[in-house]
Design a protein around this ligand. Structure first.
Ligand code: UDP
Length: 454
């Protein structure tokens, strides 16, 4: 960067959609939540920076665009610019809705990563509700950092005990916490979610009470935490519902027909589904070990390798395994997880993927990469017991032998049956939580009733 301003062009080997992907795990749960509010009689205005179509006539989409020429250097400057611009536009939008609509807005639900939105809500006389897209267990770790009850940096082999949480080793903590030097501005962002949360009227979380009841009960006695998840379209949780098939935004085009046709041709519980979500990148060495492990397992596999990662697939691997495997750049994950042929999910444990697998009863092989994933993996393996977690070698690599062993263990090993039973249990509990009268449904009903009677 010493003289890059003088260059006429700065080219980068990436593409816009890839750099936008960080929103996938945020925008979809919030959009599903908006759909649920709309289905209960509220009018919803959904504010986003991403052009998109409304999934329902009760949801109006408002897009905030950055004016041409606005530039930011680095995450913090961008966050500041974003806050200034969006606060102003949000205030204008609320003013406009107040003056022109017969239903003036009553509440602002904002992504917890944007805590300053609460100031806008209060200034405009609205209720404010922060929406947490990660598990409450993860969020509570950042809460303790904010409160000073957990201090970083931690020692190399630290063990952390927090109220109503299992004892967490250093590798069970979010990567921003176990390695505070790695992404300091992201750590600041996740901790800052708690800078003013006491003033919010509601704290919504995309989880369900039964899944995280201890940590939720512990904090819900002090703060208005309300579980509203899993925010998965009802048709996936209940096969009888046919009319709600819009998941939200797909930032990549899924190869739906190919994936489902391929799965249709396979026996029940025979396929290993492998995906590391929209952001994580594996090293070349890890890709090699993973592909060799999949080959050694001799199982059918459906592997999502995003376009940006495909150059790391060992040469000839796709041809050599074409009888056993299908590699695609993106798939309709909910349809895949709901398919009878899928026997397990090898996942990076992003919160959406974890919640989707639990809610659809698919046993997991947890292979966390960064951010909240190590904590999710700890819960999957040790608390919810809906899967197993890979071990890494001394270089931090999951070897081909380990991949092969994990697949055998989860598909047919000693604990396979027990894990399958647990997965089925979580699936039923997830469905109950969002069904009429369930724990998440009641929380949403209460919120709606409060707004309608105000
Ligand atoms: N997803 C998908 N197709 C794929 C891979 C992922 O639709 O091939 C979806 C998946 O269902 C989930 C989201 O992308 O809703 C990924 O979110 P998650 O929190 O699991 O991980 P992230 O991408 O944020 O790391």
């Amino acid at each position: 960067f010493s003289n890059f301003e003088e260059a006429n062009w700065v080219f980068c080997n990436t593409y816009d959609e890839l750099e936008d992907e960080v929103m996938q795990g945020h925008i979809n749960p919030m959009l599903q939540f908006a759909k649920r509010l709309a289905s209960k009689g509220l009018k919803v205005t959904f504010l986003t920076t991403k052009p998109m179509q409304s999934p329902s006539t009760s949801i109006s989409i408002q897009i905030i665009e950055f004016p041409e020429g606005e530039q930011a250097n680095g995450t913090e400057e961008f966050a500041h610019l974003f806050k200034t611009l969006v606060s102003e536009r949000l205030t204008n939008l609320i003013d406009r809705l107040n003056s022109s609509s017969s239903d003036p807005p009553k509440a602002l639900v904002y992504d917890s990563f944007l805590p300053w939105a609460l100031d806008v809500a209060k200034q405009c006389g609205l209720h404010g509700a922060s929406f947490f897209t990660q598990s409450w267990s993860n969020s509570s770790i950042y809460y303790h950092l904010n409160q000073g009850t957990l201090k970083v940096p931690l020692e190399e082999n630290a063990v952390v005990s927090l109220p109503s949480m299992p004892v967490l080793g250093i590798n069970d903590l979010p990567s921003f916490v176990s390695d505070t030097g790695s992404y300091p501005s992201l750590l600041k962002m996740v901790v800052d979610r708690f800078s003013n949360f006491q003033e919010a009227d509601w704290l919504f979380c995309n989880t369900f009470k039964e899944l995280e009841h201890e940590v939720i009960n512990c904090m819900a006695s002090k703060w208005p935490i309300k579980t509203v998840g899993p925010t998965i379209p009802s048709m996936y949780l209940d096969k009888r519902i046919k009319d709600d098939n819009d998941y939200g935004l797909h930032l990549f085009k899924p190869d739906s027909e190919l994936c489902i046709k391929w799965l249709d041709s396979k026996e029940t519980d025979s396929v290993v589904y492998v995906s590391f979500g929209s952001l994580a990148g594996l090293t070349e060495e890890q890709m090699l070990e993973l592909s060799l492990g999949l080959k050694r397992s001799n199982r059918y596999f459906l592997w999502v390798v995003r376009e940006a990662e495909q150059s790391k697939i060992p040469s000839n691997f796709i041809e050599e395994t074409s009888e056993k495997g299908l590699v695609v750049s993106w798939c309709p994950q909910l349809d895949v997880l709901a398919h009878r042929a899928v026997g397990c999910f090898m996942t990076h444990c992003g919160w959406n993927s974890t919640l989707e697998a639990l809610s659809l009863g698919v046993p997991m092989i947890a292979m966390p990469q960064w951010t909240d994933q190590p904590t999710n993996a700890k819960f999957v393996a040790d608390v919810w017991q809906g899967g197993i977690r890979v071990s890494k070698d001394e270089k931090g690599v999951v070897t081909k032998e380990e991949v092969e062993w994990c697949i055998r263990e989860i598909m047919e090993g000693e604990r396979s049956l027990e894990i399958r039973k647990n997965s089925e249990k979580w699936k039923n509990l997830a469905k109950e939580a969002v069904d009429e009268g369930g724990s998440s449904d009641k929380n949403i009903e209460e919120f709606v009733a409060k707004l309608l009677c105000n």
